[in-house]
Ligand binder design. Structure first.
Ligand code: BTN
Length: 238
């Protein structure tokens, strides 16, 4: 497994996408600083300064896209929670792949499928984790956000933290590829903060409200409204 360390880059996901053909499966791109970090739904991912994690993993699990790959963000969510829990905090998952502590976002995941015409070139699984911030620089983020140093009152060693994630990610990765979401379903549900609640989900600017009833074996959110059941594969709980 190769790890490429960059001092500064626009976005580790963009870098990984542009260079995907040059790099092998499981290559990791890490940057100290990101000048144009990207989030889901065309949002920005703000750089809170050195000591935070900006990382993208290039994955080439096969020559054809498999629908299991859509659940890699949820798999990574579970892995990030496992590592965060080692710091005596209780992270929660907000479907599909935000990680919160006390209702404030600490990590985000952006997975991109790289196609060239009909050909599947691989995936870029990017994640950002706030390990080091001040209340002042968190105020630049338009949503409630937090950082691990503020929750633990300790400085976190960025490199050790990242290596723990990478080790944990690849320990169960092959089993995840063979078995899919079901292999992490129970753990994902146990860390979820929305099940059993009335929620609203923004799906491409169409808001649906209902009871968050369950997560299916494929990682979809089941929303129930007046005896109608909706299976959601994309969207954002608002
Ligand atoms: C989100 O919560 O919307 C996803 C945020 C993903 C941010 C990470 S930081 C490293 C990688 N490079 C990017 O440009 N984005 C991801």
């Amino acid at each position: 497994m190769d790890i490429i360390f960059l001092e500064e880059v626009d976005s580790t996901n963009s870098y990984a996408k542009q260079n995907i053909k040059k790099h092998d499966d499981k290559t990791i791109i890490v940057a100290k600083r990101q000048t144009s970090g990207r989030g889901r739904l065309q949002r920005k991912w703000i750089d809170l300064g050195e000591g935070n994690i900006f990382c993208s993993i290039i994955l080439k699990p096969s020559s054809r896209f498999n629908e299991i790959y859509s659940n890699l963000t949820q798999y990574l969510c579970v892995i990030l929670c496992r590592i965060l829990e080692q710091y005596n905090i209780t992270p929660e998952i907000k479907w599909p792949n935000d990680i919160l502590i006390d209702g404030e976002k600490i990590a985000g995941i952006l997975c991109e499928t790289i196609m060239q015409g009909e050909n599947f070139n691989g995936l870029v699984l990017g994640f950002g984790i706030n390990l080091k911030a001040t209340i002042e620089n968190l105020a630049h983020i338009d949503k409630k956000a937090t950082a691990l140093n503020l929750k633990t009152n300790n400085n976190i060693n960025t490199q050790d933290f990242l290596l723990s994630i990478i080790n944990a990610f690849f320990t169960d990765y092959e089993s995840f590829l063979s078995n899919g979401f079901i292999s992490i379903k129970e753990e994902y549900i146990s860390k979820s903060n929305f099940l059993g609640k009335e929620i609203s989900v923004n799906i491409l600017n169409n808001v649906k409200t209902g009871l968050a009833k369950d997560i299916t074996n494929k990682g979809e959110l089941l929303l129930v409204k007046n005896n109608d059941i909706i299976n959601l594969t994309i969207g954002e709980i608002i």
